[in-house]
Design a protein around this ligand. Structure first.
Ligand code: PMP
Length: 406
């Protein structure tokens, strides 16, 4: 069905009825982090009040219950992402940690002159680890250019690919512009020259259903906190064959098979990449967040969010001097904008006084800001629990703010 009852959904998120001072909270900073449904909040309390224990090494009851819950969460997340082998799902600290794991570990397999391709619209976390790898290994970083519309020049990308290309690391959806990149085609092309592909999915699972096997990427990174789960936990998907070839990222407990002072042998997947006590509650509760998403109709959500985006775009353009950055045909849930004659920080501060949470600044995408020759934008980013009424509140607040500032 494509009937989507946003008001019923909102009841699942207690924070949405909070006030900021005496104003009703309007939360439009979902690109930075999303709010949590009651089922996730309850799971946090249940874990710490009923079965908190360290996992994978205890014979006692609580340890077994916690281990089972943690591994069940891994299996559920795998199945939600279209992955049948849960050894391919690694728990990490988040997208940043997942990308660093690949840069350090897969990076060990690269050599001088090998090329890594990223794009002009990457988050700093999908730029800096590759620059560090290039420094370490003498690899070459290449950047797919972007058009004024905020779409990648994929013909230029095609030209860039060669047998020197070892890895393409590209975002599925831009957190600053909302652009949805044609990743499936980009992955196909990369594979045709033998390169591997990492997809930064930090902004995608919360807006569309993602089938990793259908996409056929080699790695995929995401953050728990952006998909209605806790902070401090995330996922790295990697093809088993590839993960098996890669050296461990960090050494410590849990990632070993045997340790002596002469030689250590490593554990099998996924443990080889999970040194130390993980964020146990985080992993379990991220499983709950996926369980929650699974109860929703992602098709209906995508349609609802597109309507919300279109509505908000139209209403914003009624404001004099409005400039929206990012006009990709294929776009979702993010609007970055500036209003002529005002500073984004001043607008953001005034909006906050009226209960509206937006983000101002470069959104960890300084190269995008340099591309448009601006210091930053105001960014409203939506989730499926946002409404047209909230958009109207933002428009009223913006009109008042502009009146005060101009
Ligand atoms: N990539 C993208 C596209 C993002 O939006 C973000 C978070 N803003 C990240 C990577 C980094 O995620 P985290 O800070 O949760 O590691």
């Amino acid at each position: 069905s494509d009937v989507f009852d946003v008001y019923a959904i909102r009841n699942d998120f207690p924070i949405l009825s909070e006030k900021v001072g005496d104003k009703q909270l309007v939360y439009f900073d979902n690109g930075a982090t999303a709010q949590k449904p009651q089922i996730v909040l309850d799971a946090i309390t249940a874990y710490y009040s009923k079965y908190n224990a360290n996992i994978h090494r205890g014979v006692h009851h609580l340890s077994q219950v916690a281990t089972q819950a943690y591994e069940d969460a891994r299996a559920l997340i795998a199945s939600c992402l279209g992955v049948s082998n849960s050894n391919e799902i690694l728990f990490t600290k988040g997208t940043t940690d997942s990308i660093n794991l690949v840069a350090f570990s897969f990076g060990e397999l690269l050599k001088e002159g090998d090329e890594i391709i990223i794009s002009a619209m990457e988050h700093h976390s999908n730029i800096v680890p590759w620059q560090m790898l290039c420094e370490r290994k003498g690899c070459v970083l290449r950047v797919i250019p972007m058009f004024e519309s905020g779409e990648l020049d994929i013909e230029a990308y095609r030209e860039m690919l060669s047998e020197r290309t070892k890895l393409v690391a590209v975002t599925h959806i831009s957190n600053a512009l909302g652009t949805i990149n044609p990743v499936k085609k980009m992955i196909d092309w990369a594979h045709s020259v033998g390169a591997k592909v990492l997809i930064d999915a930090a902004q995608s699972v919360q807006h569309m259903s993602v089938d990793v096997k259908d996409m056929d990427c080699d790695f995929l990174a995401l953050s728990g906190h952006k998909v209605f789960g806790p902070t401090g936990v995330g996922i790295l998907y990697g093809k088993e064959e590839l993960l098996n070839q890669m050296p461990p990222y960090q050494g410590g407990g849990d990632m070993i098979a045997t340790v002596t002072f002469e030689k250590t042998t490593y554990n099998t997947l996924p443990h080889k990449f999970e040194a130390g006590t993980p964020h146990i509650a985080g992993g379990i509760c991220l499983g709950k967040a996926f369980e929650y998403i699974k109860t929703l109709d992602m098709g209906a959500i995508q349609k609802y969010e597109s309507e919300l985006l279109e509505y908000a775009t139209g209403r914003l353009l009624e404001i004099e001097g409005m400039r929206i950055y990012g006009e990709a045909k294929n776009k979702t849930s993010v609007i970055s904008f500036l209003i002529e004659g005002t500073h984004p920080y001043d607008v953001g501060t005034l909006l906050d006084k009226m209960g509206i949470a937006v983000r101002t600044g470069h959104h960890c995408t300084q190269p995008i800001m340099d591309f448009y020759k601006i210091p930053g934008t105001i960014r409203a980013s939506f989730a499926f629990y946002n409404t047209k009424e909230e958009v109207d509140s933002m428009i009223n607040a913006l009109n008042r703010a502009v009146g005060m500032l101009k």
